[in-house]
Design a protein around this ligand. Structure first.
Ligand SMILES: [Zn+2]
Length: 260
């Protein structure tokens, strides 16, 4: 779930315009009324604030209608048939790969067994989508073992799972856990029950995420991360999945104060 540069720009212009226009209109009214009562001035001030927020919500809703369908499509885990993935290597074990792809500018996807040993890693050399190679998928299917699916979301936005991520997670029952790693957070999605049968929900989850993205788009006024987290939490709850967040505390190098 990531706005393209064009959408971000439109959003910024809109937010920028809402303020001055609202202020000019209401300050004129305020000036006129101020002569009568100070209390009334306070009421008008509250009305300005309320109207201002209303303007923002209105503008973002218009954006949602015009651009809404693109919002969560810009980032995705792609079907292996769509584009040719190539192998990549950021280490052999889970923790190592996770830390090594966290600050990458492109997306990388890696599959691990339940002990954290890497089975495959790949990329589409894109900052918005990723996958492992078709051959790697085949060998993973042949193993018939449960796996953990990891990929990174590059950039500063720290957004959680997209609609396509949820869809990919439910595409196979043997994917038990999906982790998205970003600059400052790890997002974890788990199938809490040991049973299979999650695959049956796959068709509905993408549409549900789209619906929630539209419903909560106003949160993107404050932060696209907050927006994505609320949508992910609602979606996980609705489909019986476990969703959790780990905040990465950046550690200072231990010898930093002894360098002199
Ligand atoms: Zn993703």
């Amino acid at each position: 779930m990531k706005l393209t540069r064009k959408e971000e720009l439109l959003l910024e212009i809109g937010l920028f315009c809402c303020g001055p226009v609202t202020c000019v209109v209401f300050m004129a009214i305020y000036d006129y009324i101020y002569m009568y009562s100070a209390l009334f001035g306070v009421v008008i001030f509250l009305a300005i604030s309320f109207f201002y927020i209303l303007c923002l919500v209105f503008f973002v809703s218009i954006l949602a209608i015009v651009f809404g369908w693109q919002v969560e499509d810009s980032e995705e885990l792609t079907d292996e048939s769509e584009q040719k993935a190539i192998s990549s290597d950021h280490g052999g074990h889970f923790a190592e790969v996770m830390e090594n792809i966290r600050h990458e500018k492109l997306e990388y996807r890696a599959i691990f067994d339940l002990n954290g040993r890497k089975l495959a890693e790949g990329t589409l050399l894109s900052p918005e989508k990723c996958n492992i190679t078709t051959e790697d998928w085949r060998s993973i299917y042949r193993r018939r073992e449960r796996v953990v699916d990891l990929h990174n979301h590059p950039g500063r936005s720290n957004v959680a799972f997209s609609g396509k991520d949820f869809e990919a997670f439910l595409s196979s029952d043997f994917i038990r856990k999906m982790i998205v790693t970003t600059r400052n957070y790890n997002y974890v999605l788990e199938k809490p029950s040991d049973e299979d049968g999650y695959e049956d929900l796959q068709d509905d989850i993408y549409d549900y995420v789209r619906k929630m993205n539209g419903k909560y788009i106003w949160l993107s006024i404050f932060s696209s991360r907050l927006w994505s987290v609320v949508v992910a939490r609602k979606t996980a709850k609705c489909f019986g999945l476990k969703f959790s967040i780990e905040h990465i505390h950046r550690q200072m190098p231990k010898n930093m104060f002894f360098l002199a």
